[in-house]
Write a protein that binds this ligand. Structure first.
Ligand SMILES: [Mg+2]
Length: 419
């Protein structure tokens, strides 16, 4: 049998957290709903399309969102609920292929080449996936289908909201050419600025750039970006059947040095990581705290080969601790992460903080005998909290830890197509 044609589908829920809130509370439908900027310090993690009309965007500080949209409905995030809905959507994905690579709670790549023969074509496959999601979750999902991950993702973004876009073979480069260079994978603000200095402003500019000149300026990294700009990306969809780690991080809207703010972010990330571990029925033993310092490394000359890397100059530190037994308990994760923060005694501003659990194992794996019974108490508390939060919302219950606003709800599993 010949190899089936390669078809990659990128699926992304529209305004996910805000749409879930509007689904749960019909009185919010048609209103500007903003999730995650509930307090002055919070940052917008999702804005409904109604709120976007006022200019509200993800990662915007709460006070700015309030200026733009004073009549908006500002809600705290309910991560446990979003994790549950995400699971329902993932099960629909599994009806189309076994090869699924989740990128975030509301976003995944599916390799659907092997199941294409079951459908009249990519349009029909995409339409069916959208219809099943709408029927079972009452939520909109946008879908892009193309010959590669890179192009499928961009097609999906272009199709929003509630879109379906199929990119015919051979038209990839033409689709990408007019887009601003920032839309290309791996091009952040730093790289975009450098490329602009070489008069590269659109993806097409990079695709057409002289290869030898580009290699001289930016090395292999430049050529790799150029291959992407030409719509070439062979990277496979990598199923994460067995997750190796589960993490959450955020970049602060402005650099942060007070412990209170760092602690709020750590608490929030620990809650999210714990909820996701429980949803996956996993526990982890190693807690890692990732810290990106706000200070730039000395020296004006960039390291060779890193000229187009984003933020190459900010030092990243990580601190880990391995527990005697695995956990999925938010408070335990938070306490360890906070101790790691205090022990690092930085005394300087930071840009980013992340909490990751690794060394994962199934929640029902046999464990060492507990001496003090504390682990057992935490085990019983976690799932109960999930159930209460699911029914009554996050405000219904509070743990003995302060529960701050989410800084952002962004996930850390985003990977560039080449990896
Ligand atoms: Mg989305």
């Amino acid at each position: 049998m010949p190899e089936p044609e390669r078809w990659i589908l990128h699926a992304d829920m529209d305004a996910f957290y805000a749409s879930v809130e509007q689904r749960e509370r019909p009185e919010l439908r048609g209103k500007p709903v903003i999730v995650g900027a509930h307090s002055a310090r919070g940052v917008v993690s999702a804005a409904s399309y109604e709120a976007r009309e006022y200019g509200v965007r993800s990662a915007m500080p709460g006070f700015r969102a309030r200026e733009l949209c004073p009549d908006g409905v500002f809600l705290p995030g309910r991560m446990d609920l979003y994790v549950r809905v995400s699971g329902e959507v993932h099960r629909i994905f599994e009806e189309f292929t076994d090869t699924i690579q989740p990128l975030a709670l509301d976003e995944a790549f599916l390799d659907v080449g092997g199941s294409m023969h079951l459908f009249a074509g990519p349009e029909q496959l995409g339409a069916q996936l959208k219809a099943r999601v709408a029927e079972r979750t009452q939520l909109d999902i946008s879908v892009g289908l193309a010959s590669s991950k890179l192009v499928a993702k961009i097609a999906c973004t272009l199709s929003k909201p509630n879109g379906l876009k199929v990119v015919p073979r051979g038209s990839e480069r033409a689709l990408l050419a007019p887009l601003p260079i920032r839309r290309l994978w791996g091009v952040g603000p730093v790289a975009a600025q450098r490329l602009a200095g070489w008069n590269i402003h659109t993806v097409g500019d990079l695709a057409d750039y002289d290869e030898r000149q580009l290699f001289r300026l930016a090395g292999e990294r430049g050529l790799q970006l150029q291959r992407w700009a030409r719509g070439r990306d062979d990277s496979p969809v990598v199923s994460e059947r067995v997750a190796k780690s589960c993490g959450e991080e955020n970049t602060f809207a402005s650099d942060v040095s007070e412990r209170e703010q760092v602690s709020a972010a750590i608490t929030s990330h620990s809650e999210t990581v714990a909820a996701r571990l429980r949803a996956m029925r996993l526990r982890g033993r190693t807690v890692t705290l990732k810290i990106k310092l706000a200070r730039r490394r000395g020296g004006k000359v960039p390291r060779v080969g890193s000229m187009l890397d984003d933020e190459p100059d900010y030092p990243v530190l990580s601190r880990s601790k391995t527990l005697p037994s695995p956990t999925d308990d938010a408070k335990q994760i938070r306490d360890v992460a906070l101790k790691l923060w205090d022990a690092s005694a930085l005394g300087e501003p930071i840009r980013l903080i992340g909490v990751t659990l690794s060394n994962l194992q199934p929640a029902d794996a046999p464990r060492q005998l507990e001496l003090f019974g504390e682990q057992r108490k935490a085990d019983e508390l976690g799932p109960t909290l999930d159930a209460i939060v699911r029914r009554f919302g996050k405000g219904a219950i509070r743990r003995a830890v302060d529960e701050p606003e989410k800084t952002t709800l962004s996930l850390t599993r985003k990977v560039p197509p080449g990896s």
